[in-house]
Ligand binder design. Structure first.
Ligand code: GUN
Ligand code: ZN
Length: 451
């Protein structure tokens, strides 16, 4: 059991305006779970000894950030110049993903990717790996070591890409099934059946996607939908029998409340209504949509249809692992659409809302007792500018807003997974170590001169 005393924020319900903010709160954690969250004064009044807490007076604790759409191998294509989706895939992404045929390299990538998640305060993610079974294994292994609640899947793609990345309908099925048996429900891990997009799958493969999801109904499905206009035009030639892009999935039953479609920028009214009727989920990926020139997602329109919209980085089409950066770009995209995304809605989305979209909210996303203790400690003095600007704010909403506009990984002081410290910002450490080293060198010198 341990207790942290600090400023604490979370969203205990689906209504972002009903946030809970404690200016001086205590978070009690035991065996990886939240045991209690209360004002320090209340705890003390009930006989709790506040001296047993680790006290972080100026910091802000909130639930771990959740990212509902990202690609682990694309850590190595992030920030690649000058192309839109289809050319970007061919020029940068497919060649980068082919390198993961090398198992040792795939392991190194998985470790680096997981480290980036932790350094950015992302405690849960839904991840596309590559079409190599061992690359999915590597990501699951890294997450398992750290007891992370993570969902991932081997990419299924059996046409329209370089040979080195293609599986077959049969092999994609067999390998996915083996991975599901090994990892789905193993510790905190979950499996997402992962057809890359209908453009790189034959009808036979899309049938096998539906079959896997029928055999394992509590797996997820993740894929891409309606991201880019050239992609949509091309899709019509790849699936001439589908009446629209969504139908290329729907015809095979690849649509339900455990399906997460990435992007969804150029949907027709009919597609939106059908997504809403099936309860399927959308991942809004603003840094990617801007970077690849894909278009401006219409958050308000999707919300008006009651579609659960989550928010995601889409690394490496997306340009940052930091969900603060994602929220900042989401704000700007929404501004272009005439909607002002407020800070409470934004931070609800990236914690509780994303947990709800992935149907993980019974486990993570807020601090109600019994939830798993995934949380971050934010340092309001992460940079001189942020520290200065924070002191001008009048309330927590203004403070959160400046984090989403100015913030990045520097805000993350600590990341806890399942009640265990898994990341701590190195600055003070490095400084301390350097200081200790210098100190011991001086002592050694003194010893020598004394000797
Ligand atoms: N559509 C199919 N594959 C991809 C991918 O890797 N990234 C993005 N942004 N869109 C895709
Ligand atoms: Zn993607």
């Amino acid at each position: 059991m341990f207790a942290l005393r600090s400023r604490i924020l979370h969203y205990p319900s689906s209504d972002p305006s009903r946030f809970e903010y404690l200016a001086d709160g205590v978070l009690l954690v035991e065996n990886g779970k939240i045991v209690d969250l209360r004002a320090a004064a209340d705890m003390q009044a009930q006989g709790f000894d506040l001296a047993t807490c680790e006290h972080l007076p100026n910091y802000l604790i909130m639930p771990g950030l959740i990212d509902t759409h990202m690609h682990s191998p694309q850590i190595d294509v992030i920030a690649s110049y000058g192309q839109q989706l289809l050319d970007w895939l061919n020029k940068y992404t497919f060649p980068a993903e082919m390198k993961l045929a090398n198992e040792a390299y795939a392991q190194e990538v998985a470790a680096a990717f997981t480290q980036q998640l932790l350094a950015n305060g992302t405690t849960t993610a839904m991840v596309f790996t590559t079409s190599h079974e061992h690359a999915a294994d590597a990501v699951f292994n890294e997450a398992h070591k750290r007891h992370m609640r993570l969902i991932a899947g081997k990419v299924m793609m059996d046409r329209n890409a370089p040979d080195g990345l293609l599986d077959t309908a049969e092999r994609g099925y067999v390998e996915s099934k083996r991975l599901i048996e090994k990892w789905h429900g193993n510790g905190r891990l979950g499996y997402a059946v992962t057809p890359r997009f209908s453009g790189t799958s034959t009808e036979a493969q899309l049938q096998s996607v539906a079959k896997l999801h029928e055999e394992y109904p509590d797996t997820w499905i993740q894929t891409h939908l309606s991201e880019n206009l050239a992609e949509i035009a091309w899709l019509k030639t790849v699936h001439p029998d589908a009446k629209d892009y969504l139908d290329s999935y729907e015809r095979f039953g690849i649509t339900d409340d455990r399906t997460v479609y990435g992007h969804c920028i150029h949907l027709t009214d009919s597609e939106i209504k059908r997504i809403a009727a099936k309860g399927a989920r959308i991942a809004f990926c603003p840094t990617s949509n801007l970077f690849l020139g894909s278009g401006l997602f219409d958050l308000e329109r999707m919300k008006s249809h009651g579609i659960p919209v989550s928010i995601a980085s889409d690394v490496g089409g997306g340009t940052s692992f930091s969900q603060f950066r994602t929220l900042g770009e989401a704000y700007k995209v929404c501004q272009m659409k005439g909607y002002s995304l407020d800070a409470h809605e934004a931070f609800y989305m990236v914690t509780k809302g994303n947990a709800e979209a992935l149907q993980l909210d019974q486990h993570v996303g807020d601090f109600t007792p019994g939830k798993e203790a995934d949380f971050i400690v934010i340092d309001p003095d992460a940079t001189d500018l942020i520290g200065r600007r924070v002191r001008q704010t009048n309330d927590i909403e203004e403070e959160l807003f400046l984090y989403m506009i100015l913030g990045d990984d520097r805000l993350i002081s600590r990341t806890y997974i399942n009640g265990q410290l898994q990341f701590e910002h190195q600055f003070e450490h490095q400084f301390e170590q350097q200081f200790q080293q210098q100190g011991s060198q001086i002592i050694a010198k003194q010893d020598r001169s004394a000797g």
